[in-house]
Design a protein around this ligand. Sequence first.
Ligand code: TZP
Ligand code: MG
Length: 214
Amino acid sequence: MKQQKIEEHLSLYFIMGSANCGNRDPVDVLKQAIDGGITLFQYREKGEAALKDREKYRLAEKLQRVCADAEIPFMVNDDVELAIELDADGVHVGQDDEAARFVRRRMGNKILGVSAHTIDEAHQAIHDGADYLGIGPIFPTASKADAKKAQGPELIKHFRNQEINVPIVGIGGITSANAQEVIEAGADGVSVISAIAGAENIQKATEELKTKLR
Ligand code: TZP
Ligand code: MG
């Protein structure tokens, strides 16, 4: 996918796994989020009750099909094996996962996202072939157990001021109340878990977020 296209897909980037959906079916959650206007989806199966092996594969496959029907790119968090098995549209890795340069080699020209917290990490990720950077946590989050301290939208401004010009997506505690600040700071999009997966009305919450990104 061309960089311009990736940038457009980052606009409203929804991330979830079964643990983020409470007692709702992740397939329904994803369908409603798509109806609300998400532009990219990442399957992120984490936590104590996380699905494993066959179950994880089956859910991933279902979610991928929902994405394919809606022409929304389907990304996988961390699990490069799964992404390759499914022929997913891409993978997102953090600093503690398989090194981005190896992931790039294994994934060919698929989308590669890398989480970066410092300018050095950003330079390394770009050198390794990242298509975009995930920067955060911007605001405090309850969705990631080992999240670092929230840095505010200033963190994104800092990356832009240091000539980090690749596509950037902000992450962490982003809601319809603060999404605009993240974009104004220089992000191409926002990625959210709870603002969508935790909303009572998923489609409406997604639409609300969407209006803040224009
Ligand atoms: N990485 C940094 S913060 C975060 C991840 C995966 C969690 C984002 O979830 P939420 O609910 O949108 O704050
Ligand atoms: Mg990771």
